[in-house]
Design a protein around this ligand. Sequence first.
Ligand code: ADP
Ligand code: MG
Length: 349
Amino acid sequence: MVSDYKVQIKNLYKIFGPDPKSMVSHVQQGMGKSDLLDQHGHVLGLNDINLDIPAKKVQVVMGLSGSGKSTLIRHINRLIEPTAGEVIVDGENVLEMNETALRNFRQKKASMVFQKFALMPHRTIAENAAYGLTVQNIPEDEAKERSQRWIDRVGLSGFENHYPAQLSGGMQQRVGLARALATDAEILLMDEAFSALDPLIRTDMQSVMLDLQEELHKTIIFITHDLDEALRIGDNIAILRDGRMVQAGTPQEIVLKPADDYVRDFIQDINRARVLQVGSMAHGKPPAKGPKIEKNVVVEEALQIISSAKAKTAIVTDKGKPVGSVTLDDMIAAIARPEPGDKGIETYR
Ligand SMILES: Nc1ncnc2c1ncn2[C@@H]1O[C@H](COP(=O)(O)OP(=O)(O)O)[C@@H](O)[C@H]1O
Ligand SMILES: [Mg+2]
């Protein structure tokens, strides 16, 4: 049976050191990263990761530096071999692919966008953007023609004959994005692709990507250590700590029910009104009257709707159909920053 998931990661372990396989049982018996290093001189990269990644959505992988994000994403196109476990893409086990199949897979199915742009300095923007196609032995003219569309789409028309050094960091990263898109790959692997950019340019690149995604519906696996970025672009977020996945869920779930203190610390300072949707706090019967607010509207916007209607209670709708009620007080309570030790949404009910 072919699963609905584009990528499935199953019981994945990665241990670095002279004899990684012999270390798996220690980790399975509960040994953590620091003990494995102290007692056995091995580095625990990934510890029993299980993650189902749906097609056509943005899956964010988030965590502090050293938590295992790059190690995880590199397993998806097998730049890294696991110590144990499986990686399944479109129902196919990546670890069973032979060299030809793997090369094909990397060129056509899963395109990688790197943090440091990885552009070739002695080639023009046009040549760099076409590179993913020319390595597939597609004739240069055709490759340039096909990639031109993406140069235009990322806003670089007119820069085709420039060299990377003549472009700003943000523009260079647009070339990286155009190159990945030009391959028509269904999966984009983006390892901290925007992390080296200045905040404004970074927000701008996020917008470029979200706009493209609305029409392209790629499966994007996006790594970041930045929570604001994760919440803005992720349909789903997985959080890693010391090689372990401590939580996976939608931005709503993570903000409303942080799995532990590590996640709680992460979300401490976010603007909850921009993340939480009224659907997460809807309850009871829809009131007889009041403004209608669709369930995926964020509280920031809902507060404006309810106050400009001079109402205290709103009708929460799902595709226009009334499904519940939400009050001004519900919204204000939900966006209040939780006190340390609070257990999540229950506190607000
Ligand atoms: N080739 C390697 N050899 C030894 N340790 C490694 C290697 N690659 C990564 N690690 C270790 O694995 C852990 C996870 O690294 P990485 O996946 O790069 O984290 P992140 O991308 O989240 O910053 C870190 O402790 C790192 O030092
Ligand atoms: Mg990394």
